[in-house]
Design a protein. Structure first.
Length: 201
């Protein structure tokens, strides 16, 4: 059941927006990497890094992987601040997991992210994220936050929103067309929305 409220909505992706997937992927990749090959860092990791190890996507990205992710610095505090003025909806592409919703809900709760159990989390697989926004008539969307160019393109073309923010990651740096949406970290969202005196600690 979708609860209708008058607050503006913000749409948040999980992985590499508020969940530090790059940190864990880099660490685990380097453990498995043969000694004669150069190590990678969070600034050089590629989106399909697992292919170089001969590992299938679903073999690497397990339930345990997602539950063990750390929150990105300042993400909890930032969203707690924003939750006072906005309705927060998390839309994540973890639908390939049989229990992707439960894993994501557990992670959000475990790390004290603001989260409404009735309609605060949607998990998709191949479905466009914009279809969730449009299907449930979420009202005015203040901004969306994602790291994948495919999702940024989807939102740009298919929903009405006041702002689009794309977290800077190695896999989205080659396409300069999207630099207008690029931010370094979630703190920049507060600044762009006029939260000049926010506290994050």
């Amino acid at each position: 059941m979708i609860v209708r409220i008058k607050m503006k909505t913000i749409i948040i992706d999980l992985d590499d927006c508020i969940a530090n997937g790059s940190e864990r992927c880099t660490r685990e990749y380097n453990k498995l990497l043969p000694n004669h090959l150069p190590k990678i860092t969070v600034d050089t990791i590629e989106y399909d890094f697992y292919n170089k190890l001969g590992i299938k996507f679903r073999e690497f990205f397990t339930e345990e992987h997602f539950l063990e992710l750390n929150p990105i610095e300042n993400s909890v505090e930032t969203l707690q601040n924003l939750s006072k003025d906005y309705r927060i909806m998390y839309i994540t592409a973890r639908g390939f997991l049989s229990n992707g919703y439960e894993v994501s809900k557990q992670w959000l709760t475990m790390h004290s992210f603001p989260f409404k159990t009735t309609d605060g989390l949607f998990v998709v697989d191949t479905e466009l994220k914009s279809s969730i926004v449009n299907r449930y008539n979420l009202g005015e969307v203040e901004f969306v936050l994602d790291d994948a160019i495919s999702n940024i393109t989807d939102y740009r073309n298919n929903i009405k929103t006041n702002h689009i923010f794309m977290i800077d990651r190695p896999w989205n740096r080659d396409n300069r067309e999207f630099d207008q949406y690029r931010i370094k970290n979630i703190i920049e969202v507060l600044a762009k929305l006029g939260y000049n005196n926010h506290e994050t600690s």
